[in-house]
Ligand binder design. Structure first.
Ligand code: ZN
Length: 501
């Protein structure tokens, strides 16, 4: 059989002022730029013993090749970093590419690698619209399967349009490729004659702050296990935690399931949704301001016993959720507290990186660093820095989330002021992989404080060596507390944050 495969991923923070345009989808960043046809297969599954990539479509291709039963017809695939809405131009061009490919492919089945929290300038439920148009193009009899991010905002239109939606179960997302492989296994069973499964869907009546969606701790850990327990050859359960910064009617977590009968699908969905609702007050924890976070880190470093660095998550300036990754609040607090053997990154400032490269390694350079995105409460940090190290910015990841990735940071520099070092890059990449410290000569285990512009993803790679992890809210485009956002489209009966105990 012939399976057409493609993808279009974007996580939209509608409160971010920066849109995602056509050029953003063409360019490589954390993920490759726009891929079409044979280049899609070649890029996603590199030959010559290179590591398989932790990307859903790469997992799908790998599983299909391992089985060798079906022919893959590559359509187009692209992604852009989280930001404001996708422009109408970009959305329509990319969907047209997918639909042109589908029309030519005359496939027996279609797989799409989607995020699920995309909003376009002209369409709030952009993923629902993609699936609706693809379903319209292929008709009701061709199986249509999609994989989604754990942060998807899943709508009834999405569930109705696809045969099957499978979602990552881990955050940090170490199972992106595994989710693609699961999608292949289901699609292969459909192609062997399994009838289209019946679906059920239920909305969860509250938003879950992204920092409490971490599946390594409760309550998210048990919810992940419950999905695994519900799974069988004939039943697939899904829980998307939602992306609580997409101002759309459908924003928020949802549970759904597929089974041979509508009753079985509904029972599994209800069980999953009831477990999330019962856990509501557990989605909570400490969030410190920058000064308190640094003071707490310094106190932890003075207390005997534990070893390793204290990690401070600069959670509101996470480029993985639409943050600009250039705010200076936590940097200021580290310098003001005279922190020692500390590093913060990855701070985006292409201009400062260029100035550092012009000055050269070892030179001192006066900079107005970061703070250029107009974020409330933020401003450039003006000071003299020593240039410690320069780098072109191509880095091969080594951790489990970015497995198999070549990261393109653009011209980069390690700067020092007092006991604080700053990793400055030209393009936003989330500091979630230890290779993103080592590339400028830092030994993570020998640092005392590591401040990361990330909220949860860093935990996969950093937590094993950390003395402690602290969560900090300093200025940034991504609100850790979604109840503070100026929602206009979220229904009134959806709680803006979980109720307290
Ligand atoms: Zn995600």
């Amino acid at each position: 059989m012939r399976i057409a495969i493609g993808g279009f991923q974007h996580e939209t923070n509608t409160f971010s002022p920066t849109p995602a345009g056509w050029q953003d989808f063409l360019a490589a960043d954390t993920w490759p730029g726009l891929l079409q046809g044979p280049a899609l297969l070649a890029e996603m599954t590199p030959a010559g013993g290179a590591q398989a990539r932790n990307i859903p479509i790469a997992g799908f291709i790998g599983a299909a090749r391992d089985e060798g039963a079906h022919t893959l017809l590559p359509l187009s695939w692209c992604a852009a970093g989280p930001s404001g809405r996708v422009t109408e131009d970009a959305f329509e061009r990319i969907v047209a590419l997918l639909l042109e490919g589908i029309a030519l492919a005359r496939a027996d089945a279609v797989y799409l690698d989607l995020h699920g929290a995309m909003a376009a300038a002209h369409i709030d439920d952009a993923d629902g619209e993609i699936l609706r148009r693809v379903r319209l193009a292929i008709g009701d009899d061709i199986p249509l399967v999609a994989s989604l991010d754990l942060h998807a905002n899943v709508s009834p239109l999405m569930v109705d349009s696809a045969d099957l939606l499978l979602v990552y179960r881990t955050y940090p997302h170490v199972d992106m490729a595994a989710t693609g492989a699961r999608a292949y296994a289901w699609l292969a069973r459909r192609l062997q004659g399994m009838p289209r499964p019946r679906a059920a869907w239920r909305r969860i009546p509250f938003l879950i702050p992204i920092c409490w969606q971490y599946t390594g701790a409760e309550p998210a850990r048990s919810l992940r296990r419950l999905q695994e327990a519900l799974d069988s050859d004939t039943l697939a359960a899904g829980l998307a935690m939602g992306f609580p910064a997409t101002d759309a009617d459908k924003c928020g977590p949802a549970a759904w399931a597929y089974a041979a009968s509508a009753d079985a699908a509904r029972a599994a969905t209800d069980r999953l949704a009831a477990a999330v609702e019962a856990a509501e007050s557990g989605f909570a924890g400490d969030i410190l301001d920058a000064r308190d976070a640094v003071a707490r880190a310094q106190a932890l470093l003075r207390s005997p016993g534990a070893t390793g660095p204290v990690i401070i998550a600069d959670g509101q300036d996470n480029p993985g959720a639409g943050g600009s990754a250039d705010t200076t609040g936590l940097l200021r607090a580290l310098v003001a507290a005279d922190a020692r053997n500390a590093v913060i990154g990855l701070l985006v400032d292409a201009q400062a990186a260029t100035q550092a490269h012009a000055a050269g390694a070892g030179a001192e350079v006066r900079l107005a660093l970061g703070g250029k995105s107009g974020i409330a409460g933020d401003a450039p940090f003006e000071a003299t820095f020593r240039v410690m190290r320069l780098h072109g910015g191509d880095v091969d990841a080594t951790g489990s989330v970015f497995k198999g990735y070549r990261l393109t940071l653009g011209p980069s520099a390690l700067l020092q002021i007092g006991g604080v070092q700053v990793i400055v890059v030209s393009r936003p990449v989330q500091l979630l992989d230890l290779a993103l410290l080592r590339f400028v000569g830092l030994a993570p285990e020998r640092l005392d404080i590591i401040a990361v512009k990330s909220v949860v993803h860093f935990r996969a790679d950093f937590e094993p060596l950390a003395r402690a992890v602290l969560l900090c809210a300093s200025p940034g485009a991504f609100a850790l507390d979604p109840s503070t956002l100026p929602w206009t489209k979220l229904p009134g009966d959806i709680r803006r944050k979980p109720a307290s105990p």
